[in-house]
Design a protein around this ligand. Structure first.
Ligand SMILES: [Zn+2]
Length: 430
């Protein structure tokens, strides 16, 4: 029997409201006790004095690039980066090659993750075959194989009739539908947020309304079908308002935001640096404020990185030619602490909820809380420790981050997955 005893930490569990110094005992992968002065004979002891001990963080939006693009990331390297970022569970988007649109690919990812991933990996299946937006994917058999949601992320489902069918089908299988909200006709040709900054830099713009119109359409379809609907990487202020409207009507609508969408605005874009190119693009200060307000009010349910590795050769091109997306697993907790907690906007308990109960509730994962009998997934972090992010020491195979060299106050200290220490500070990125 493997035993781990995490001692002397400040245990914070949003699900129960528990917030005091305590020990956590994990035996054979499951939480066996939470309390004061626990003793477990023969246990490995982790001294968490001065640290926060929280339920394992969940990142519900990650691109692992395997199968098909292993030069950019693999399930193994992405999982290591996740552990170094404080995440015990990640959900991988289906835009691999082949696309995860059937149970064979789902089974491959699950088997690969079992053999080489240091964190839990939950696949997300495609909505449509090849994520081409036309014919529904094999949703029922993917659910049976283990997908926790469906999404064509990287692309929207442009055809509203197909989206309606997808929502009706997802409802039958009790899966949430996650949409990458972007009207491709409105965003076509754009490289950054459409506004004064895009004019100043002479780059073509992606207007906020390209996101807003899809969020609006999807909310109406969610009302029609009763489906559980989730907006991926929400970035625009009208989209925040529409999700709030949907929640006020009692619809099962949820959303996530990424750390870069509250940490950076379009005006922060370094000219011609492709590490500032992502979809949705960095928005205006006004949008950033609306996103932060949504995190404070509770209209935003989860933080998710949209970790999008691209190999150096792909990102080292002219701004207009390089692909969209940045890596984010190892900087998410540091950015959230700095911009939300230390900035005095979001209490620490709420921040933990955004990384735990928030995504767990969207996906109906039996994780994200601390209770006897649940999986022994624990994130231990230091809210104040100073550290510097060196992207060249990242566990990710790709280095496309705008935060290289950034000094952080606060970040993960250790990541415990199923009672085993998957990472602790001092290994790799620190
Ligand atoms: Zn996306």
């Amino acid at each position: 029997m493997t035993r781990l005893l995490i001692k002397n930490g400040r245990v914070m569990d949003p699900a129960s409201g528990f917030d005091r110094t305590a020990d956590i005992a994990i035996e054979d992968g499951q939480i066996a006790g939470i309390g004061e002065n626990l003793e477990t004979a023969g246990a490995e002891v982790f001294d968490a004095l001065g640290l926060i001990v929280a339920p394992g963080f969940i990142d519900m939006h990650v691109h692992l690039r395997e199968p098909g693009f292993e030069h950019a990331e693999t399930i193994e390297t992405g999982a290591k980066a996740a552990a170094a970022g404080g995440f015990t569970s990640i959900c991988c988007m289906p835009n691999t090659q082949p696309v995860n649109d059937n149970a064979t690919v789902t089974n491959y990812i699950i088997a690969k993750a079992r053999s080489c991933a240091v964190v839990n990996v939950f696949p997300i299946g495609a909505i449509t075959k090849g994520s081409a937006g036309e014919e529904l994917a094999a949703i029922g058999s993917m659910k049976a194989a283990g997908v926790v949601a469906i999404s064509d992320d990287g692309r929207p489902v442009m055809n509203a009739r197909v989206m309606r069918l997808a929502m009706e089908t997802a409802g039958v299988f009790d899966l949430p539908v996650i949409d990458h909200c972007e009207d491709l006709h409105l965003s076509a040709g754009g490289d950054m947020h459409e506004g004064l900054e895009s004019v100043r830099l002479g780059l073509r713009g992606i207007p906020s309304c390209s996101e807003d119109v899809m969020v609006a359409r999807d909310i109406l379809l969610a009302e029609l079908t009763g489906a559980r609907y989730h907006v991926a990487h929400l970035s625009a202020k009208n989209s925040v308002a529409m999700v709030a409207f949907a929640k006020a009507r009692g619809l099962p609508v949820t959303c996530e935001v990424t750390p870069h969408h509250f940490a950076l605005a379009d005006a922060d874009t370094k000219p011609y640096d492709s590490n500032y190119k992502m979809k949705p693009p960095l928005r205006s200060r006004c949008d950033v404020q609306a996103v932060v307000d949504g995190l404070v009010s509770g209209h935003i349910d989860a933080l998710a990185t949209d970790h999008a590795p691209h190999a150096g050769s792909d990102k080292m091109q002219e701004f207009e030619k390089c692909p969209f997306g940045i890596i984010g697993l190892e900087t998410a907790v540091g950015l959230a602490l700095e911009h939300l907690v230390h900035a005095g906007k979001v209490p620490l308990m709420r921040l933990i909820a955004l990384f735990t109960t928030g995504p767990a509730d969207v996906l109906k994962l039996n994780r994200g809380r601390l209770a006897v009998g649940l999986p022994g997934d624990v994130t231990i972090f230091d809210p104040d420790a100073a550290w510097t992010y060196d992207v060249n020491r990242s566990f990710s195979k790709s280095k496309n981050s705008p935060f290289d060299g950034k000094q952080f106050r606060g970040g993960p200290a250790a990541t415990v997955v199923g009672g085993a220490i998957a990472w602790r500070r001092g290994e790799g990125s620190d």
